[in-house]
Design a protein around this ligand. Structure first.
Ligand code: NDP
Length: 350
């Protein structure tokens, strides 16, 4: 009999970065869909930095199936609007099979929905045409309002969010400087995404290189990482520059997590004051109601006509989820991190 392989959170409290023993692989019977439910098989599982925050803060409890957004295929349906074979966006978590029902999530972008896979590959609903694309669009385009000729600096520029920021900024006529963690990523950000320059944050002369790449200073900084990268960008911020404070991933393993934003603010405060920097805290959920439709139309067109490309870092098999998650948090991913849980029947057709 086929079973449902699944990862559960093995212990609490969780400290520091992921370690062996935080997750336990087990199996369970595959559930039968009840009234107003559909049984789905996970095709792709999205691994995202925020999942570590849920685990560390106790939102996710010991013994629970680890949370994660997914693209799945409907196997059996007793749910109106969902038919066998449909490919859907849902939240199966770190497991091979899951039920979807009429439940509506707190955030619009997490509502289950049937995907139109004639328009874009299914996995893109977890990246460029999903929450990560909307994050880039909201932070850069809506909050920071880039103008042609301005310099935009982006950290984690090859990652799930960053790669979209680079390309949207270029489409808006900006000069774009990426910051990444390897030379290979630098090449990708310049050669494939079209950035004007990209600096390896691990280079011994990173600070000098960054300064050299921004001769006119920085007008917009899209902040994904914090820490030393932020401190290198700070002196380059121009008068009336804007920051979208999207994430501080370099700090997510710090046990003093509550003070991370405070430290970032304190370090930045003198420059924010003298340069009259507009700092925009970003939470993508706040942009769904007003911008998701506009984003899907505009970004959908850019993706379909090749103006926006995307790179995925795909691991094979649900058993790889913790390893892939750990690699992403350490910066070893190259593109949007996904686990392919089952062969994608749609990818073959496209
Ligand atoms: P990425 O695909 O960008 O992967 C994470 C990247 O972070 C790594 O590839 C690495 O890039 C970089 N990184 C990891 N550790 C460090 C470190 N110690 N110092 C500097 N850089 C590091 O992930 P996502 O695109 O999913 O997420 C990017 C950011 O966006 C995260 O901070 C996340 O929390 C945030 N986010 C915020 C949202 C919001 O609503 N505000 C919504 C979605 C995401 P490299 O090695 O190339 O530097």
């Amino acid at each position: 009999m086929t079973l449902n392989q699944q990862w559960r959170l093995a212990r609490q409290p969780i400290e520091g970065w992921p370690t062996d023993g935080d997750f336990a692989l087990g199996s369970a019977d595959i559930a039968e869909p009840g009234a107003n439910q559909a049984l789905t098989r996970t095709l792709y599982l999205s691994l995202d930095p925020y999942q570590w925050g849920r685990r560390r803060s106790g939102i996710e409890q010991t013994g629970e199936v680890c949370h994660g957004r997914t693209v799945s295929q409907v196997l059996k349906s007793r749910l109106s609007g969902y038919h066998e074979g449909d490919v859907i966006f849902n939240t199966n978590g770190w497991q091979e099979y899951g039920l979807v029902g009429q439940d509506i999530s707190e955030f619009g972008y997490m509502h289950p929905r049937v995907l139109d896979i004639s328009q874009a590959p299914a996995s893109s609903a977890l990246g460029v045409l999903g929450m990560l694309g909307l994050t880039a669009y909201s932070g850069l385009y809506v909050q920071c309002q880039p103008k042609p000729g301005e310099t935009v600096a982006v950290s984690a520029a090859s990652g799930g969010v960053g790669q979209n920021v680079v390309q949207i900024a270029k489409l808006k006529g900006c000069r774009v400087v990426g910051i990444v963690g390897s030379d290979d990523k630098c090449d990708f950000v310049v050669d494939s995404l079209g950035a004007d320059a990209c600096i390896n944050r691990k280079s011994p002369d990173f600070v000098d290189q960054l300064q050299h790449a921004c001769p006119d200073g920085v007008d917009i900084y899209f902040e994904n990482v914090g820490g030393e990268v932020f401190e290198a960008v700070l002196p380059l911020l121009n008068k009336s520059s804007r920051i979208s404070l999207c994430g501080l991933i370099s700090q997510y393993g710090n046990d003093d997590a509550a003070s991370n934003h405070a430290r970032w603010q304190e370090t930045g405060a003198p420059v924010f004051a003298t340069q009259q920097v507009q700092v925009n805290g970003l939470f993508v959920g706040n942009f769904v109601a007003d911008y998701q439709q506009q984003f899907l139309e505009e970004m959908g067109d850019w993706v379909r006509n090749g103006q926006v490309k995307y790179k995925e870092d795909i691991w094979q098999g649900i058993e790889k989820a913790p390893e892939a998650f750990d690699a992403m948090l350490k910066g070893e991913n190259f593109g949007k991190t996904l686990v392919q849980v089952t062969e994608d029947p749609v990818a073959k057709v496209l």
